[in-house]
Design a protein around this ligand. Structure first.
Ligand code: FAD
Length: 116
């Protein structure tokens, strides 16, 4: 039924977007070449200009200026994005995520096998 789906609100858009961003970064190369580093940098720059939530996009541009993407490796980039997300969590009064667990959450699954 074409009437069942509605436009996303800020929270739905947010959780879906975080899922995409963390998953994209989970599969970023361990040893990116210079072109990949420049491309991912420009992805986040453009993303922060078009993210369709004005206050979110404005704050994000400030965050990126202060803390630019760490494009040297998957480990660096995923830790960087985890810190960015934690800044937003803090601003919204949500609990901080333990960044040691970011690859289990978004790439490998939990060590207890619950995602297998
Ligand atoms: P979300 O924060 O959406 O998180 C989804 C899942 O990600 C969590 O269940 C958890 O498993 C995992 N997770 C949580 N923290 C981390 C982390 N640090 N690293 C890795 N994984 C993690 N909303 C506003 O009201 N104001 C804003 O300014 C704002 N800015 C945003 C900026 C961006 C770039 C994005 C993508 C979203 C923004 N949002 C903002 C939306 C907000 O961040 C949440 O997405 C929304 O409130 C829904 O929250 P949630 O509880 O579903 O969990």
């Amino acid at each position: 039924n074409i009437r069942q789906s509605c436009p996303l609100d800020k929270d739905e858009l947010g959780s879906k977007t975080w899922a995409f961003l963390h998953t994209m970064v989970a599969y970023y190369p361990d040893h990116p070449n210079e072109k990949q580093k420049a491309d991912v940098n420009s992805f986040f720059d453009t993303f922060s200009k078009f993210y369709p939530c004005n206050i979110c996009a404005e704050d994000l541009q400030k965050q990126f200026k202060h803390s630019p993407p760490q494009t040297e490796s998957q480990e660096k980039l995923s830790q960087w994005l985890c810190r960015i997300h934690n800044e937003v969590n803090k601003k919204l009064g949500k609990p901080e995520f333990d960044c040691k667990l970011v690859n289990q959450r978004w790439r490998d699954g939990w060590l207890d096998g619950s995602c297998d």
